[in-house]
Design a protein around this ligand. Structure first.
Ligand code: PXP
Length: 240
């Protein structure tokens, strides 16, 4: 069975919009586990725009599945990950102005830096994956820097026009086969939703998908009726 990692960053985005205590991404993560999530993914960004260090600490203690920490390859983040000790870490490129992670990590052009960071975390027992575009050079470089896994960026497939979809899906499938043959574990993610996920989930080498936006977006829609009903009941009760 393919594993589902649920990314709960957006829960923290709503909380941070008010610098409030709710919604709590830890509570959301625990409920996601209850619903069958095989792991929880969070991106601790350098600007701390959503997930905070404390969220990661609490999840580390309270999750029953596994915690996957997405992070930039910087000395500060590597030191923090050594301290926080997630089960898995996924190195991603990070730009301050971006709305979400844009391209994959350029492993081929930054081999030495990535090799050292991978080694530091793997020495602590943390499995490291590298978020990369579905390109041969990046997969081969990921193997050279001794990563445990690659997470193949599915964003181009997800954003492709109908006529280009199959070609982009084939590129992900070819990348997955190559990575698997090199002995890398294969994950996938970015932009996946309830419509576009099936063709990716059928790629046999992919053992894990990390999905955030579409699940949190759906949670808001399927949960809003109950939330409004509860408030209406409370107001009615207050008036006797
Ligand atoms: N995988 C990685 C490496 C990501 O950076 C993200 C976004 O944080 C995701 C998966 C999840 O993407 P989405 O929110 O589009 O499902």
């Amino acid at each position: 069975m393919i594993r589902l990692g649920v990314n709960v960053d957006h829960v923290a985005t709503v909380r941070q919009a008010r610098r409030a205590a709710v919604p709590d991404p830890v509570e959301a993560a625990l409920l996601a586990e209850k619903a069958g999530a095989d792991g929880i993914t969070v991106h601790l960004r350098e600007d701390r725009r959503h997930i905070q260090e404390r969220d990661v600490e609490l999840m580390r203690r309270r999750l029953g599945t596994k915690l996957n920490l997405e992070m930039a390859v910087t000395p500060a983040m590597v030191a923090l990950a050594e301290k926080l000790r997630p089960d898995d870490a996924c190195f991603v490129p990070e730009k301050r102005a971006e709305l979400t992670t844009e391209g994959g990590l350029d492993v081929a052009a930054n081999k030495q830096k990535i090799l050292e960071a991978v080694k530091r975390l793997q020495d602590r027992g943390i499995h490291v994956s590298l978020f990369i575009d579905p390109e041969r050079s990046q997969i081969e470089a990921s193997k050279e820097v001794d990563a445990h896994a690659v997470e193949i960026h599915t964003g181009t497939y997800c954003n492709a026009a109908e006529t280009e979809r199959e070609k982009e899906r084939d590129a992900v499938a070819a990348a997955a086969a190559l990575a698997h043959n090199l002995g890398l574990e294969v994950h996938g993610g970015h932009g996946l939703d309830y419509d576009n996920v099936p063709p990716i989930a059928t790629i046999p080498e992919i053992v894990e998908l990390n999905i955030g936006h579409s699940i949190i977006a759906r949670a808001i829609i399927v949960g809003i009726e109950q939330a409004v009903r509860e408030m209406k009941q409370l107001l009615a009760k207050a008036r006797g």
